[in-house]
Design a protein around this ligand. Structure first.
Ligand code: ADP
Ligand code: MG
Length: 710
């Protein structure tokens, strides 16, 4: 979390000199914080927002063996949260200490943690709520004639429990949450309220706890936003909560592992098939019946989807994983939300393989699709690189989006043919011979026999060859590989069919605008008429070469539209964002007069288009996330608010999701398409040994020797 530097004006206020100031001063005194302050800080961490309070309350109800849990919410939970259950209730004698910190009925020794089956164990949730809100508990235990009601503040009862009429179970009411944390309250009020998050939470619980009736509503409303009846099937519950369109596209999945050397677990669940379309992943994950997040697992599953289904849809996943409780560390996160697992990597691997196998088998009969709405372009009006479909008309574009589901784009696996037997173009022979005679033997050995280690950054991948580690420039290598493959496949390309003909004029104009953006400043702006003229000239030229481009290079144009592209590497579709730039090069960078030059330059232009460049959207992981921050008016908020932990990072989530898909798909392509093909086909030219394409970074022997000395 970043801290914001104080504004220049605030430093003028008279204060004791800070340690950074020149003037020598004695160190500031260290003081013990008052218990109430400590408790409030801790409470703010456990209960970060209203939905977090609801999660704790519902988990308590489930721990109390309830069969019915209902939630009411007023003002996003800031005014009122009410959770009622029909569980075993709370004993009268326990009420005085119920809301003290570290009072629990679920754990007594540290060792109990290892076998904990309940969802609570720290005795912190209720106590925390009393430090940041007003808590009132009404409860009755079995066999009692009446119940008790008592209110709490700062961990203690405000009065003796009062007898009252009560129905079976417990009702916990939290009022005025964060009344004493002005900044938190203000930020939460500024953000969208938490009610949708609460609905989402209850939806998740209801899918997993099929035998419990759940309901969630706004206070005073007679319509529940989630309402499930226990005892139905899981798929029925999903249908009730998430809708028929989701349930329809789900497949049941299960996998288990009982090899103690790897991992021991059992997973059951549902995953979406290739018809399911969503911009965001829904992952409902329960580990040992506890609702948790496991980012590594989520990413692993998303990766399978983005790699297997080029449609760039995010999955819907419900998974329930059970493993020996001593293999789960539930205690790594203050809200118990993230867990860490023993043998996590191998468990994730097994699940990833199962998901992949399931998807592949369900997908086998379907064609590989790339919807035309993936053909997107940088919007010149938005400096952050906002992408949009190149159809101007919104309504039209959504129509086309639908249609593109039906009219699919096809990329067929080709049987590789031997070019030497078929070509009769001496210039192609020549170019291929040139490649052969220019091979760097040492690099060829490396390429044929290397192991992919991983990506080092956006451009370099790490590979191991014998005891050496090398950095290899993915863009250069893929460009060369594509170039060589274009020549090898010359005149025998399989086709990637675009689902909709793509108008050359629009694409060329787009490329011209982009080019202008890049060079703006030193040239005067080309006016639109001129751009239009250039585009028309380019179209005419391309039309003249249409037949040749189709016959020899598999680039099919018709009626001023691009229709088909060649398959250069099997299973690989180039980044459609680069089509405009590609067409502009095709019309301007080719030497059409000399056959050899012509074929070489076209191959090079294609190779540049198909090379694995970094996606146009910046990588949202790490530093790149700042490109996606929405321009919020932060001027009005004071630094205390900005430093608040619970403030949601306001990012354009749709765009981030899009970028994440692009980046993960690229990584998959590098590992599973580029490297295997490179081992088989690439003939690295001599220049790659010196131009920084391959760089030896370490010899493992030397590294081992260093370690031995340590
Ligand atoms: P934890 O769940 O970690 O034990 P909490 O602060 O959430 O800590 O709850 C403290 C104790 O209060 C629980 O251990 C449980 O005994 C009791 N309790 C809380 N909510 C309920 C409920 N809805 N029904 C029965 N007992 C409850
Ligand atoms: Mg609890």
């Amino acid at each position: 979390m970043e801290l914001y530097p104080p504004s220049p004006t605030s430093s003028s206020s008279p204060r004791s000199p800070s340690p950074h100031q020149q003037q020598p001063s004695s160190p500031p005194r260290i003081r013990r914080l008052e218990a109430s302050v400590v408790n409030r800080i801790a409470a703010g961490e456990v209960i970060q927002r209203p939905s977090a309070a609801v999660k704790e309350l519902v988990e308590n109800s489930l721990d109390a063996a309830s069969t019915s849990v209902s939630v009411s919410v007023k003002d996003g939970g800031l005014k009122l949260l009410l959770v009622s259950d029909d569980g075993h209730g709370i004993r009268y004698e326990d009420l005085p200490i119920l809301c003290e910190r570290h009072t629990t009925s679920k754990l007594s020794t540290y060792e109990d943690l290892q076998t904990i089956k309940s969802m609570g164990f720290r005795g912190e949730a209720l106590a925390s709520m009393t430090y940041v809100g007003h808590v009132t508990v009404t409860t009755i235990t079995e066999g009692q004639l009446h119940g008790y009601r008592v209110s709490y503040r700062d961990g203690v009862m405000e009065h003796e429990p009062k007898p009252c009429a009560a129905v079976k179970g417990t009702q916990i009411m939290v009022e005025n949450l964060f009344y004493n944390m002005a900044a938190r309250r203000k930020t939460l009020q500024n953000c969208n309220d938490d009610y949708p998050k609460i609905v989402d939470l209850i939806s998740r619980f209801s899918v997993h706890h099929m035998n419990v009736n759940f309901s969630c509503r706004k206070y005073g409303s007679n319509r529940a936003d989630v309402h499930t009846v226990g005892g139905t099937s899981r798929l029925d519950t999903i249908r009730t909560v998430y809708g028929a369109s989701v349930a329809r596209d789900l497949m049941e999945i299960s996998v288990s592992d009982d090899n103690p050397a790897r991992s021991i677990f059992k997973m059951e669940g549902f995953i979406s098939n290739s018809n399911y379309v969503a911009k965001k992943t829904t992952m409902i994950l329960f580990i040992n019946d506890r609702l948790v997040d496991c980012t590594a697992l989520k990413r692993a599953v998303e990766l399978v989807y983005s790699a297997t289904l080029p449609k760039a849809s995010k999955p819907f996943i419900y998974m329930s994983i059970n493993l020996p409780s001593e293999h789960v560390d539930v205690n790594i996160h203050p809200t118990k939300r993230e867990v860490s697992l023993l043998d996590q990597d191998s468990l994730i691997d097994t699940i990833q393989n199962a998901v992949e196998a399931k998807l592949m088998s369900s997908n086998r009969t379907q064609l590989q699709k790339v919807p035309v709405n993936q053909m997107v372009r940088t919007d010149s009006r938005n400096p952050f690189g906002r992408l949009h479909s190149y159809w101007k008309d919104e309504a039209q574009s959504s129509k086309q989006e639908k249609k593109s589901d039906l009219v699919s784009m096809r990329s067929v696996v080709v049987a590789r043919r031997n070019w030497k037997e078929n070509t009769d173009f001496t210039s192609i022979d020549q170019l291929l011979r040139e490649i052969d005679s220019n091979v760097h033997r040492g690099l060829l050995d490396i390429v044929k026999d290397c192991t992919y280690v991983g990506l080092a950054d956006e451009v370099f991948a790490l590979l191991q060859y014998n005891t050496y580690l090398y950095l290899v420039n993915v863009v250069n290598v893929s460009k060369e590989l594509m170039y060589q493959q274009v020549l090898c496949r010359f005149s025998k390309f399989n086709a990637i069919q675009l689902s909709e003909p793509a108008p050359l004029r629009d694409l060329l104009l787009m490329a011209l605008k982009d080019e202008e953006l890049e060079t703006r400043g030193d040239e005067t702006e080309t006016d639109d008429d001129l751009k239009e003229k250039i585009a028309q000239m380019n179209i005419e030229l391309l039309k003249e070469k249409e037949d040749m481009l189709e016959d020899y290079f598999g680039i099919k144009m018709e009626d001023g539209c691009l229709i088909r592209l060649p398959v250069i590497l099997d299973q690989y579709v180039p980044d459609m964002d680069r089509i405009p730039e590609f067409l502009l090069s095709l019309a301007n960078d080719i030497d059409w007069d000399d056959e050899r030059e012509c074929f070489q330059t076209i191959s090079a232009v294609l190779a540049n288009f198909y090379a694995i460049h970094p996606p146009i959207l910046p990588n949202p992981s790490g530093d790149g996330i700042r490109f996606y921050k929405k321009n919020r008016e932060e001027a009005g908020l004071d630094s205390e608010i900005l430093a608040e932990k619970s403030v949601e990072e306001e990012v354009d989530e749709e765009l981030v999701a899009e970028a994440e898909t692009a980046w993960s798909q690229r990584e998959w392509n590098i590992q599973h398409v580029l490297f295997p093909s490179m081992r088989l086909f690439l003939k690295p030219p001599k220049c790659m040994a010196t131009d920084g394409t391959f760089v030896q970074v370490a010899s493992l022997e030397k590294l081992y020797r260093v370690f031995e000395r340590c």
